[in-house]
Write a protein of this length. Structure first.
Length: 168
């Protein structure tokens, strides 16, 4: 069962999570919003954010108050973003779930590029943006996050290896 020593620190077995204050999360969301211009209000839709090391998790307060006795959990909610040397990186899950709310740095790929990307291959593509994270989509499907290099015109594949498709 999740136990709270105070309102800001949450312990579950050997995991230690901290609530991310609204002011801290507003700063992180500001950075994400500058890159993607997200048209979604996470707070007014019932979400809370917690952090563990370099990961920011998103979940509901209701989920945090549940009892998880007898279960072995790796985390609570889903990973929203990671803090990296290159900035705040949203996860593939977030790109796929909330991608339809992103208004900037979302780029359509061809079917051939989609097939390459879901197999883990980096893409050579000239995009009308600066270096940084981008979201790729094919038709109405949001594929995930890539790291665009404006100089080399390359999108580094960021789809987790376990989620890549081996054969098409």
């Amino acid at each position: 069962m999740a136990k709270t020593k105070n309102r800001h620190v949450l312990y579950y077995k050997n995991f230690r999570y901290e609530y991310v204050s609204k002011s801290d999360m507003k700063e992180l969301l500001k950075e994400i919003n500058e890159r993607f211009s997200i048209d979604y209000d996470f707070y007014n839709n019932g979400f809370v954010f917690i952090k563990s090391k370099d990961k920011i998790w998103i979940c509901t307060e209701e989920l945090l108050n549940n009892r998880f006795e007898g279960l072995s959990l790796e985390g609570i909610g889903i990973v929203f973003a990671r803090i990296t040397k290159k900035g705040v990186k949203i996860t593939t899950n977030i790109a796929q779930i909330f991608g339809k709310y992103f208004r900037k740095n979302v780029f359509e790929v061809s079917e051939k590029e989609k097939d390459q990307y879901i197999r883990g291959i980096d893409l050579k593509k000239n995009l009308p943006t600066t270096s940084g994270y981008v979201v790729l989509k094919w038709q109405k499907h949001y594929l995930g996050v890539g790291l665009y290099n404006e100089e080399t015109k390359t999108i580094k594949n960021m789809v987790p290896k376990a989620r890549r498709i081996k054969k098409l």
